[in-house]
Ligand binder design. Structure first.
Ligand code: C2E
Ligand code: CA
Ligand code: CA
Ligand code: CA
Length: 278
């Protein structure tokens, strides 16, 4: 009776109804957007030493009425509704096609490409097959592909996660742990996972020069990653002062507006591949 009462209340709450309607429309729009080719990948360079070693693919949606819609808005909803399965498969295929295209260009052939994988997408029973099929049908080399996973996803079903990562790793696919430090990190599982890279979350990078706690966390992540033999990259690096601090504490690579925002494939191809960093 209580549930019915609440539903009835929701039904007559015009504000809530508007929210529900907007959500339903967004879901329908995502579906139409996939079919209509409205999604696009942007690429943000990752720099090690003085040169671009790879990039991260970031999803962009050119909505016909609303203009550009941020992934922060549509990814959570796509995840909730299961649309992320279609969207994520499209992302993998588009990323692999891009890798195959770059492989034809001597200037860009060395680049690795990191792809964000949502928890729901990774947990699908056919995930390993989906990745391998995307690589094969594009003709892309597996060791150029890196998958970015989040801590929650990894811990959800540790045995299944380790098996899937192991299978893909056997083909050469790499793995980065995204947003590191924001979830439930524990040394015991970090050791068991076949990871290649830790990404320091931009939330720690932002105030790394002014907030002693963030500085300590960033330094600790670098030390931890290094001691586990992992490559450590900082995301959200906006200033040279942030980069220098991270460099001084042993961080291996950088990604952020300091170097470039995420850009279209066309503009990415025109970016410099070396930077005069001290
Ligand atoms: P993320 O994986 O942590 O990606 C980093 C975000 O930081 C991106 O936001 C990027 O544009 C932004 N960024 C890069 N450099 C800087 C900087 O110097 N300063 C600041 N303030 N921000 C910077 P974006 O592109 O809006 O993506 C947001 C989130 O959406 C991503 O966070 C990721 O979780 C998710 N996402 C994006 N593309 C995909 C995708 O293809 N699949 C899935 N499952 N999730 C995606
Ligand atoms: Ca990411
Ligand atoms: Ca991140
Ligand atoms: Ca993030």
């Amino acid at each position: 009776a209580k549930a019915t009462g609440r539903n009835a209340l929701e039904f007559y709450d015009p504000q809530l109804q508007a929210v529900v309607r907007a959500r339903a429309r967004l879901v329908a729009d995502i579906r139409a957007g996939i079919a209509g080719g409205q999604f696009e990948l942007f690429y943000q360079p990752q720099v090690e030493g003085n040169s671009v070693c790879g990039c991260e693919a970031l999803l962009r949606w050119r909505h016909p009425r609303e203009g550009y819609v941020s992934p922060a808005v549509f990814i959570p909803l796509a995840e909730e509704t299961g649309l992320i399965l279609q969207l994520g498969e499209w992302v993998l295929q588009a990323a692999c096609r891009q890798l195959a295209t770059w492989a034809q260009e001597p200037r860009l052939a060395h680049l690795t490409l990191a792809v964000n994988v949502s928890p729901r997408q990774f947990r699908q029973p056919g995930f390993v097959g989906q990745v391998l099929a995307a690589l094969a049908s594009a003709g892309a080399r597996p060791h150029k592909l890196k998958l970015e996973l989040t801590e929650g996803l990894l811990l959800d079903n540790l045995e299944d996660t380790i098996r899937k990562m192991g299978e893909l790793k056997a083909h050469g696919v790499g793995f980065a742990l995204d947003d590191f430090g924001t979830g439930y990190s524990s040394l015991s599982y970090l050791k068991r996972l076949p990871l290649d890279q830790l990404k320091i979350d931009q939330g720690f990078v932002r105030d790394v020069l002014t907030d002693p706690n963030d500085a300590t966390i960033a330094r600790t992540i670098v030390a931890l990653g290094t001691s586990l033999g992992l490559h450590v990259i900082a995301e959200g690096v906006e200033t040279e002062a942030q980069r220098l601090f991270l460099q001084a504490h042993g961080c291996h690579a950088w990604q952020g507006y300091l170097l470039s925002p995420p850009v279209s494939a066309e503009r990415f191809g025109a970016l410099p591949l070396t930077y005069g960093l001290p």
